[in-house]
Design a protein around this ligand. Structure first.
Ligand code: DX5
Length: 228
C-alpha cells in the first residue's frame, strides 16, 4: 500500500501581517500539511522566520506542521522547532556533516525526520538513512525563493528515490515530497515520477478561484497521475 497523495502549501506567499488568519484559511481550503520555509540567509540567500513565529500560529489549525530547515546549522535549533509545534523537521543533506546523527536527534525530540535534496544532490545520499526518516524531499527548484520555474530534469531523480523506497518495502511509511514550481501544468509529471506529497506556494495563492479550488485541482491532478 502506498501513502496517499497530500497537498501542502508553502506559506511564503502568505500575508504575514495576518499570519494566523492565513493559516486558518489554508486549513479551511483543505490542505493536508502546512510547510514553513525556514531560511537563514546563509544556506540560502533569503531570510524568513524562526520557531517563535511558527509557535504563534500553532493554535490556528490542528493540521500537521513541518519545518523545511533551509539553514546551515539545523541541529542548533531543532528542539525549538519541535517545541513550537512542528511535527516533522526537514533538514538538507548538504547542511549536515553528520546526517545520521542529526536525524536520530530529531526523532529523539519526538518529531519525524525528513531529508531534503537540492537539485545537484544525488538520490543515493539518503540510501543509508531511509530507516530514520518518514520522508524524502526532492527539490524541484534551487531553494531560497518562491515563484521559480519547475526543474523537470529532476523527474528521473524523483523516480530513483521512489524506486529506492519501493525496493526497501517502505512505500507505506516513507513519503516522497517535491517542492518548487509545482502548478497544474507541472504536478502530473512530479506525481507520475513518484511524488506523493506536493508543495505549492505560488500556484495556490495565484489561483483566481481561491485556495480551495487550487488545492482540489492540484490534488485531483496528482492523484490521477500518481495512480498511473
Ligand atoms: C524554495 C521554496 C519554494 C516554495 C514553493 O526555497 O521552498 O519552493 O516552497 O514555492 P512555489 O510553489 O512558488 O515554487
Amino acid at each position: 500500500m502506498t501513502l496517499p497523495v497530500l497537498i501542502a502549501p508553502s506559506v511564503l506567499p502568505a500575508d504575514f501581517s495576518k499570519f494566523g488568519e492565513e493559516i486558518h484559511a489554508l486549513d479551511e481550503a483543505g490542505v493536508d500539511i502546512i510547510q514553513f520555509d525556514v531560511m537563514d540567509g546563509q544556506f540560502v540567500p533569503n531570510l524568513t522566520f524562526g520557531p517563535d513565529v511558527i509557535a504563534s500560529v500553532r493554535s490556528y489549525t490542528q493540521k500537521p506542521f513541518e519545518a523545511h530547515l533551509m539553514v546551515l546549522t539545523p541541529d542548533v535549533m531543532a528542539q525549538r522547532y519541535v517545541e513550537a509545534g512542528c511535527n516533522r523537521l526537514i533538514v538538507h543533506a548538504e547542511a549536515c556533516t553528520h546526517l545520521h546523527r542529526t536525524l536520530e536527534n530529531i526523532r529523539s525530540l519526538g518529531a519525524t525526520a525528513a531529508v531534503a535534496l537540492n537539485p545537484h544532490t544525488p538520490a543515493s545520499t539518503v540510501e543509508h538513512v531511509l530507516d530514520l526518516i518518514d520522508m524524502v524531499l526532492v527539490m524541484t527548484v534551487n531553494p531560497g525563493f518562491g515563484g521559480q520555474s519547475y526543474i523537470a530534469t529532476m523527474e528521473p531523480k524523483i523516480r530513483e528515490v521512489r524506486n529506492m523506497i519501493s525496493s526497501r518495502g517502505l512505500n507505506d511509511s516513507v513519503h516522497l515530497e517535491v517542492d518548487g514550481g509545482i502548478s497544474p501544468s507541472t504536478i502530473s509529471g512530479a506525481a507520475k515520477a513518484g511524488a506523493n506529497v506536493l508543495i505549492a506556494g505560488s500556484a495556490l495563492y495565484k489561483d483566481p478561484k481561491g485556495l480551495a479550488h487550487a488545492v482540489n485541482e492540484l490534488r485531483g491532478l496528482a492523484t490521477a497521475a500518481f495512480a498511473d
